[in-house]
Design a protein around this ligand. Structure first.
Ligand code: 5AD
Length: 345
């Protein structure tokens, strides 16, 4: 196993069955060795700095009906909200004051944010904060819409592929959503020039280890600049409410493998990791993650943006959460980096 880990670190590539071995057959000690190698690779690129991104949850309206997600269209218990441009700009202002230099606007697929409306919001942020990166995470759009976002000043786009296996993808999403469309969106984003992020939930219902291997191979082909990996967590008002949550351990192994394959990638220690265990966020960093995304949304909206149950850090003011993040990072030998944190090779 150690030979496999070394070879993955050296060549950034293994055979499919070798990924499978890492995903299924590591002893505790070998897992620790995998994590050690992954964090060494991250430290070679990023030293002990952890980039921060201010997350602004733009809207929890969504036209999609993904079986796993708490803001799916059919969840009539969700209290829906939309942020106005003014509310977005206020969140940015608070974030900028605290030192954030990346703003991530994430939301459901909400067509009331037409290309015109989004371009106006993006341009306003771009104008007011020329030194900041603007990241979008707003789902599937056509090429022209993505291009308009980019030309308005957005730099990065997050769109997890969720599963590259057509059958598995279809079991997570209702008819009408396909992995072909998803994958086309991702290649369009890259072509336009976005720093592009993708990824999966680990332990999503019906996912097999072979599916995860396929996802690892897809990410190798896509070469995303950002990779988001979190455990699946159930939400009580979805069809998947009774499905098991994903495994913390397996999530960390996937993060570490991807770090060894993608030394330069920006890999967050996700909110889902922070939710599944008190020290989940620390463990993600110790398995090779180098980004944290604190919540900048106005607190009154946060309880409404629930993709899964028991979401972590819901009541922290951004300022408090940064202070407590810094403390926690220091305990494991890391520190907040206030750089904009673009992808660099
Ligand atoms: N558990 C964990 N992650 C989830 N996401 C959506 N619903 C859940 C859930 N129940 C993830 C998806 C999506 C990202 C924004 O959040 O992977 O791409």
């Amino acid at each position: 196993m150690k030979e496999l880990i070394h070879r993955l670190r050296e060549t950034r590539k293994l055979q499919p069955d070798e990924y499978k071995q890492l995903l299924t057959s590591l002893t505790k000690e070998e897992q620790e060795y995998l994590f050690l190698n992954a964090r060494e690779v991250a430290q070679e690129q990023f030293s002990n700095g952890i980039f921060i991104r201010g997350l602004i949850e733009l809207t929890n309206y969504c036209k999609n009906d993904c079986y796993y997600c708490g803001i799916r269209r059919s969840n009539d218990k969700a209290q829906r909200y939309r942020l106005t441009k003014e509310e977005v700009l206020e969140s940015c202002e608070e974030g900028y004051r605290l030192g954030f230099r990346t703003f991530v606007m994430q939301g459901g697929e909400d067509d009331s944010y037409t290309p015109r409306v989004m371009v106006d919001i993006i341009k306003s942020i771009r104008e007011k904060y020329p030194d900041c990166a603007i990241t979008l995470s707003l789902g599937e759009k056509d090429y022209d819409t993505y291009k308009q976002y980019y030309d308005a000043g957005a730099n990065r786009y997050l769109l997890r592929h969720e599963s590259i296996n057509a059958e598995h993808y279809a079991s997570l999403h209702p008819q009408g959503m396909t992995i072909q469309t998803r994958s086309e969106c991702l290649f369009n984003l890259k072509k336009i020039g976005f720093q592009t992020g993708s990824g999966i939930m680990v332990g999503s219902p019906n996912q097999t280890i072979d599916n995860i291997v396929e996802d690892i191979l897809f990410l190798e082909e896509l070469q995303p600049q950002m990779i988001g990996i979190g455990p699946y967590l159930p939400h009580k008002d979805t069809p998947f409410k009774d499905k098991e949550k994903g495994s913390l351990e397996l999530t960390l192994i996937v993060v570490a493998i991807l770090r060894l394959m993608h030394p330069y990638a920006l890999i967050p220690s996700t909110t889902a990791l922070a939710t599944i265990a008190d020290d989940g966020r620390d463990k993600g960093i110790l398995a090779g993650a180098n980004v944290v995304m604190p919540n900048l949304s106005p607190i009154r909206f946060r309880k409404k943006y629930l993709l899964y149950n028991d979401k972590a850090c819901m009541d922290d003011e951004a300022a408090e959460s940064l202070a407590s993040l810094q403390k926690r990072l220091e305990k494991i030998g890391y520190t907040i980096s206030y750089d904009r944190g673009d992808f660099r090779k």
